[in-house]
Write a protein that binds this ligand. Sequence first.
Ligand code: G3I
Length: 301
Amino acid sequence: STLGASAAERGGRYFGAAIAAGRMGDSTYMNILNREFNQVTAENEMKWDATEPSRNSFSFGNGDRIANHAISRGMKIRGHALLWHQQMPTWARGMEGSDLRSAMINHVTRVATYYRGKIHSWDVVNEAFADGGSGGRRDSNLQRTGNDWIEAAFRAADAADPNAKLCYNDYNTDGINAKSTGIYNMVRDFKSRGVPIDCVGFQSHLGTSLSSDYQANLQRFADLGVDVEITELDVAQGSNQANIFAGVTRACLNVARCNGITVWGIRDSDSWRTGENPLLFDSSGNKKAAYNSVLSALNNG
Ligand code: G3I
């Protein structure tokens, strides 16, 4: 009868939402969260700029508001995100080389240690691959510290919280394409060399169609020996919206190692995609057709 309960009945999967600490006083929002979802992701509150606003000085108040609520309700928590070239604190944006490398590893260590034991899966590195046909890394000051920065981050996170699943997370990976194949090759290399990666997050910020190989793409990663998670799902409004949400849900159910689905917000009015109405609840908190199609896919599909 709810997204979370129905997902749990399908092999113990979760169905979650990104939430914002600043909205936690909104009773409509909190009632939907508590009724429907059994997993949360902090939309912004666990990012680098939020958690380490000045160097080596940490701030967990808003992240804790979200984490404490989740724990009190038995919801899983996805940690998002230890390292990302966006939403870096001002002090780190101009850094480079070995100074930046040590600052970023310290960040990973301190934040993952602080939340040790509370996080189901961490996005250790977010959006490090380039869009387009290259299949390579995106340029950033993180990348310029050396191509091994991603594995160094995973090793530091593993040392800090050995029981959290450690994920690489990205977008435009919604089918078999150059970008998803570049990530696939990195994961295969990590697995072959014993770099501690446990999962890959597919953000799934989707438009008006779903790639026919969406499920096959999840499956090829699962076949490498990692879990897969749908981490930031939202879908352009339009006649196909409910079908695409259901298609993503069925794809996850059809892949044994797909642990769960997170939508990137609760109501349309909570979405970063302003004016696009890409979520499961309308701005008044009513269930949309997309909600019904997801629930029915969880129960039947
Ligand atoms: O909190 C400040 C507020 O004090 C200030 O007055 C206001 C003025 O702009 O900004 C507020 O911060 C904003 C923050 O969201 C909280 O609302 C930032 O400007 C804004 O950039 C930030 O946007 C977030 C975005 O990541 C940052 O790149 C979105 O909420 C968040 O949904 C979005 O999430 C990302 C994932 O982390 C990674 N994948 C893509 C996804 C969508 O972009």
